[in-house]
Design a protein around this ligand. Structure first.
Ligand SMILES: Nc1nc2c(ncn2[C@@H]2O[C@H](COP(=O)(O)OP(=O)(O)OP(=O)(O)O)[C@@H](O)[C@H]2O)c(=O)[nH]1
Ligand SMILES: C[C@H](OP(=O)(O)O)C(=O)O
Length: 224
């Protein structure tokens, strides 16, 4: 299976700008990308990062076997166009999966289960209506990202009479877009992964106040 991981390499994760500087957002985005690539490789696939700007895999601190399985291609077109250019165009083309780079909770098992689906279109929706991952074998299916793209993709699949499955996965439904999503990384992330370590290194920790869980951040001067 061909696995595409789109990556916005320049000024990523702008919705986190209220809690992270531009450099910190870039560091977190790259940490999540490295975790996702590792999970994809451990699920048995060889991912291609489709990056908006040059990206040297050697700078992602990937373990050697993972690094060897990852390739990077630069495509500065908008997300939808860059992905559509890589979906199957004929029945003979290889099935293609698209896995977003900000799925900080993705594991090899959840991705292997996604890749095992054999519907013409399989979608792992995000909790706010996006399309966190999908697997496409139908040659007429094309994506249209942003907004409630999950609903749009279901409609596109219906319009071309493609068989459609939706994956019910807490881990794949969790993309890290907004400050409140950082809680999920700290609660459910594997502490051996880069994204939880990155957030903790930046001074973030879980905080429970009045019975509600959020994140707090230590001032830089008080961090170890
Ligand atoms: N190749 C490519 N990937 C993109 C582009 N825009 C977003 N992505 C990637 O697509 C996935 C989902 O994007 P978003 O969640 O919107 O990520 P983002 O653009 O870094 O975040 P925001 O600035 O907060 O919208 C992530 O893997 C991004 O890295 C793009 O124009 N081209
Ligand atoms: C690209 C977009 O991502 P989100 O804005 O939902 O993170 C989508 O899934 O359509």
């Amino acid at each position: 299976m061909h696995v595409v991981v789109p990556f916005a390499a320049i000024d990523p994760k702008t919705r986190l700008a209220s809690v992270l500087s531009s450099a910190e957002r870039s560091t977190l985005a790259r940490a999540m990308l490295a975790d996702v690539l590792t999970a994809v490789v451990e699920a048995g696939a060889e991912p291609t990062v489709v990056s908006t700007a040059p990206l040297d895999p050697a700078t992602l601190s990937l373990e050697a076997p993972v690094r060897d399985a990852v390739s990077v291609t630069v495509d500065d077109r908008p997300l939808t166009e860059a992905v559509n250019a890589r979906l199957p165009a004929s029945r003979d083309d290889e099935t293609t999966a698209v896995v977003m780079s900000d799925l900080a909770l993705a594991t090899p098992d959840t991705l292997a289960a996604l890749f095992a689906h054999d519907a013409a279109v399989t979608i792992a929706p995000g909790r706010s209506g996006g399309t966190n991952a999908l697997v496409v074998s139908h040659p007429e299916f094309r994506v249209d990202y942003h907004g409630t793209s999950y609903l749009d993709h279901c409609e596109i699949a219906r319009d071309i009479d493609a068989s459609l499955e939706t994956v019910d996965s807490f881990r794949l439904s969790t993309d890290i877009d907004e400050p409140t999503d950082l809680v999920e990384v700290l609660i459910h992330g594997d502490e051996a992964d880069r994204a939880p370590a990155c957030l903790r290194g930046l001074g973030f920790d879980l905080e429970t106040r009045d019975g509600r869980v959020g994140v707090s951040r230590l001032e830089e001067t008080t961090r170890e």
